[in-house]
Design a protein around this ligand. Structure first.
Ligand code: FES
Length: 426
């Protein structure tokens, strides 16, 4: 989200689908609360482990300008994403209200809303088509999208899963597939905490109709990070090579690659968040694929709020290099899997349009969006995950050294604890 105006000032003032149901119903009656001896459901009745719900998790974005205020309200209320201290419940709504008109204008300038839902639904659907071929034992694969701050919200997607015959007493298998390639407790961690929260409210101890027996609830596993997957790296490399061709041959070797990722507050970095090192892993893998033939830097964008954030900032970097005479720079959004306001507005209009004054030497590579190599990569990651039988990665079970969040602890315990249910159903 482009937040170029001094939010710090604002904060300081404030301180003062319906998708078809598979053949589940015939098996649902096999499940009885507390009856752990009933054999696991074979949901398509043909010995397959499917259907499998593939749930793409991301932050989301407002599809229309009318959705901006709701989006910002949820975003600034999320302590996992933007920790604003003990007064967050007051400061968050205040900032959201103040920011809404400006952010609405930004979305209006990029076509009236974020394309992230369109791209996420496309990517999930296309990946599932491939997965049906490459992983027939877990087919059919059903695509879902669960956003943290915009429609379709995690709560609604979970309800949709149940309406479609997953869980709610019928058993069933779902994969929470983060669409943040690099793990941060602010992004993937926040989405998982939200998913866990709704699991508790819809199938767990807090469910209105009582807790669903573990065997009848959705069996979850998590794809939590994939920063250096060869398909991801290849897709980025191809997009960079394609854009470099737009520079005259005699200038091409001196283009500086600026890999730009969403920044983090230093409080989050110093808590031990793995994101900076995982973004760096992606960058280094892409540079290795490109043969280290060009100069590059990893820079950080979208700083918001009064705290110190991880730098150097993308905006400052472009301005400083321009002053030094380096006017050929290629921006690569390395932590985003599709276009949204950070690319279309912040990089294209603010960094290139304003900081670089539209200099023709400063360009941005296309986002991954519908790149076929990227879609194949998603399917490859998912196939390997399903074949592994693992509920979570080893790394996901390790909390940040300075984490004090009970949500993190409970959420990680829950997802890691899914292993015994996956094993029982295997
Ligand atoms: Fe990183 Fe809780 S903040 S595990």
């Amino acid at each position: 989200m482009a937040l170029r105006s001094p939010l710090s000032c604002v904060a300081k003032r404030a301180t003062a689908t319906a998708q078809s149901t598979q053949l589940l119903s015939t098996h649902a009656s096999q499940w009885r609360r507390g009856n752990a001896t009933v054999a696991p459901v074979k949901q398509n009745g043909a010995g397959s482990k499917g259907p499998t719900a593939m749930v793409f998790m991301n932050m989301g974005g407002p599809s229309t300008t009318d959705e901006v205020h709701g989006f910002l309200s949820m975003l600034f209320a999320d302590k996992d994403l933007i920790p604003l201290g003990p007064l967050q419940n007051y400061i968050g709504p205040y900032i959201a209200r103040r920011r809404t008109p400006k952010i609405q204008k930004q979305y209006a300038e990029i076509g009236g809303g974020s394309p992230i839902r369109k791209w996420s639904e496309y990517q999930a659907a296309e990946m599932c088509k491939i997965l049906d071929r490459t992983s027939p034992e877990t087919a059919p694969h059903k695509p879902y999208v669960a956003f943290r701050y915009a429609n379709p919200l995690t709560e609604d997607t979970y309800k949709q899963l149940i309406a479609d015959g997953f869980g709610g007493g019928k058993g069933g298998r779902a994969v929470a597939f983060t669409q943040y390639p690099q793990y941060s407790c602010s992004t993937t961690g926040s989405s998982l905490n939200e998913l866990w929260k709704w699991r508790q409210r819809l199938e767990g101890k807090r469910a209105a109709d009582g807790e669903v027996d573990a065997e009848g609830a959705i069996k979850w596993s998590v794809i939590d990070r994939w920063p250096a997957h060869t398909g991801l790296v290849e897709a980025f490399a191809q997009l960079i090579e394609k854009k470099l061709l737009e520079y005259p041959p005699e200038r091409r070797d001196n283009v500086v690659l600026l890999f730009s990722a969403h920044s983090l507050p230093m409080t989050v970095v110093n808590r031990g968040d793995p994101y900076p090192s995982e973004v760096a892993a992606t960058v280094y893998a892409v540079m290795s694929r490109l043969g280290h033939k060009l100069k590059y830097r990893l820079v950080w964008q979208s700083q918001v709020g009064p705290q110190p954030w991880l730098g150097a900032q993308t905006s400052d970097t472009v301005k400083e290099y321009m002053k030094k005479g380096q006017t050929d720079m290629l921006l690569i959004p390395i932590a985003f899997t599709s276009d949204h306001i950070e690319t279309l507005y912040e990089l294209d209009k603010e960094v290139i349009g304003e900081d670089a004054e539209g200099h023709e030497g400063v360009k941005r590579v296309d986002s991954l969006n519908d790149h076929p190599v990227f879609i194949e990569a998603l399917a490859d990651i998912a196939k390997a995950h399903l074949a592994s039988g693992k509920a979570v990665s080893k790394q996901m079970t390790l909390r940040c050294p300075k984490c004090t969040s009970e949500r993190c602890l409970a959420s990680k315990d829950f997802f890691a604890g899914q292993q015994k249910h996956l094993d029982a159903a295997a």
